[in-house]
Design a protein around this ligand. Structure first.
Ligand code: CMP
Length: 135
């Protein structure tokens, strides 16, 4: 079934000049870019986007990082796109992510891990409404 996923190409990816490479992997896979916008997360959006993590020990530095500069907010669509994109980005920790995944190939960090993607249909629905309310 065709679905949509909300993907954030994080500030580390933009500042490292990896935006093109990461978008290229998604395009090469055959996923469709339905929306794409450079945005800088503010504190309020960070708290809403990461509501389930507010209060965790890793949240303050995560928030600092995610609001530190522009990121690319992307809506991708395709057959089973939510699971397909999760597989393409790999495990959260770039040091442990499998080679061949975006994080496995390009990140060495548990926090600055280049990409966020919706992890379920429910989170996709919530995150798409948060980032692209008009879509
Ligand atoms: P993301 O997929 O955006 O979801 C939550 C983010 O928190 C995660 O990617 C990482 O950037 C960050 N994160 C998760 N766990 C940790 C951790 N243990 N230490 C530091 N950052 C983390």
């Amino acid at each position: 079934t065709t679905e949509r996923s909300l993907v954030l190409i994080k500030p580390d990816a933009v500042s490292r000049g990896l935006l093109g490479e990461i978008l290229s992997r998604f395009e090469g896979k055959g996923l469709v870019i339905e929306a794409l916008e450079l945005r800088t997360m503010d504190a309020e959006l960070a708290d809403r986007h990461y509501a389930e993590h507010v209060g965790k020990a890793f949240y303050p530095p995560l928030k600092e990082f995610m609001t530190s500069g522009p990121l690319a907010a992307v809506v991708l669509s395709g057959d089973e796109v939510i699971d397909v994109v999760r597989a393409m980005i790999g495990a959260t920790d770039g040091r442990k992510a499998a080679a061949g995944t975006i994080r496995g190939d390009l990140s060495l960090s548990n926090r600055e891990n280049l990409v966020h993607a919706s992890d379920s249909p429910d989170s996709a629905k919530r995150e798409l409404a948060l980032w692209f309310p008009a879509l």
